[in-house]
Design a protein around this ligand. Structure first.
Ligand SMILES: Cc1cc2nc3c(=O)[nH]c(=O)nc-3n(C[C@H](O)[C@H](O)[C@H](O)COP(=O)(O)O)c2cc1C
Length: 330
């Protein structure tokens, strides 16, 4: 069931969440090869810095031709030159733009961006209007439910966003200050279907195909955005695409070991030396959680001093483990 936004077909309506340090070119291209992902997002980028960034060197802008369709997520405040940021995203061949309105991080708050901007509609509306009038690219926003569990307030917020020309709203189903370990509140989103004329995606806490089914049923969302679950088990999105949307995906990587070493190879090929190990450690922290005895992979990679050492240690880990091939883990 494809979703259309302007000329863009999102098929199936399953998006990979923006995650700093995780959803860069290497991970995005692996997910495309695994199949089932209908929409990719960049990591959060500063709209102010974006126009001057070098697309071949800036980690958040490195991209391969496989990574399509890709929305660039920006954070901005009312003083940002949004026309220049939008031009850059068009030059980069972005298929869409996402404005981060959910991030509560103090650094963003201090800059007047993220959640801070959403809390001040008088400042937010001109920002959205400037993006909307300077491009025909699809515009999405990513928000959380709000400061309290108030469905009426959520609906008002979403209507305001819709009136400003937003094409897709992604709702992370947690309250503004809630930690990621808290159970997501998918049901609170069920005030949105039929009351908005634009689609919305639900996000938060989807780690299995059954979670995806439950989230769709409870929220009534038009699609899903998945973050940590896809890093823990990169086959998750293709399994959801197959089981819920009837998509047939190729089994591009037949074992976690094969995927892990391809991840290392792609990091080596695409990122400058000083940008590799940190990303490998961050990825391994999540990916290892789905492997038997994965904590020992996570801790041995965490204490590695170089990519070479990390590769050698990973080889020992996989040799000692059962080199499991793929099973119906999700
Ligand atoms: C390491 C990490 C980095 C994140 N970076 C971003 C970001 O750049 N922009 C954003 O909108 N959300 C960011 N998020 C939030 C995710 O996009 C998502 O909303 C959250 O992880 C809940 O979804 P999940 O349970 O499927 O992971 C980040 C989350 C994590 C764990």
């Amino acid at each position: 069931m494809a979703l259309r936004i302007h000329n863009l077909s999102i098929d199936p309506p399953l998006a990979l969440a923006p995650m700093v340090g995780l959803t860069h070119s290497v991970f995005r291209s692996l997910l495309v090869e695994l199949g089932g992902v209908g929409l990719l997002y960049s990591e959060m980028l500063s709209a102010k810095r974006l126009p001057a960034e070098n697309a071949d060197l800036t980690p958040g802008l490195i991209r391969s031709s496989l990574e399509f369709p890709l929305f660039y997520q920006i954070w901005a405040n009312e003083d940002t030159d949004l026309v220049a940021a939008v031009r850059k995203i068009e030059e980069l061949n972005g298929q869409g733009i996402d404005l981060n309105l959910g991030c509560p991080a103090p650094q963003l708050r201090k800059m007047g961006a993220g959640r801070y901007l959403l809390e001040r509609p008088d400042r937010l509306m001109p920002v959205l209007r400037r993006i909307r009038t300077s491009t025909t690219l699809p515009l999405s926003v990513k928000i959380r439910i709000g400061p309290t569990a108030d469905p009426a307030a959520l609906l008002l917020t979403c209507r305001m966003l819709e009136e400003q020309g937003v094409d897709l709203i992604v709702v992370h189903a947690r309250l503004a200050g809630e930690k990621f370990c808290r159970k997501p509140r998918w049901q609170l989103l069920d005030v949105l279907p039929q009351r908005l004329s634009i689609p919305f995606f639900a996000n938060g806490g989807i780690f299995t195909v059954q979670d995806a089914r439950d989230c769709l049923t409870l929220s009534g969302a038009d699609g899903l955005m998945i973050g940590r679950g896809a890093v823990q088990w990169p086959w998750l999105i293709s399994a959801i695409a197959r089981d819920i949307y009837g998509h047939k995906s190729p089994l591009a990587y037949s074992s976690p070991e094969q995927l892990y070493f391809t991840y290392i190879d792609l990091l080596m090929a695409r990122f400058p030396p000083e940008r590799r190990l940190g990303r490998l450690k961050q990825f391994t922290h999540h990916f290892a959680a789905s492997l038997p005895f994965g904590h020992s992979l996570a801790s041995t990679i965490q204490s590695s001093g170089s990519m070479k050492e990390a590769r050698t240690r990973a080889a020992v880990f996989f040799e000692q483990s059962d080199n499991q091939s793929l099973t119906e883990e999700v």
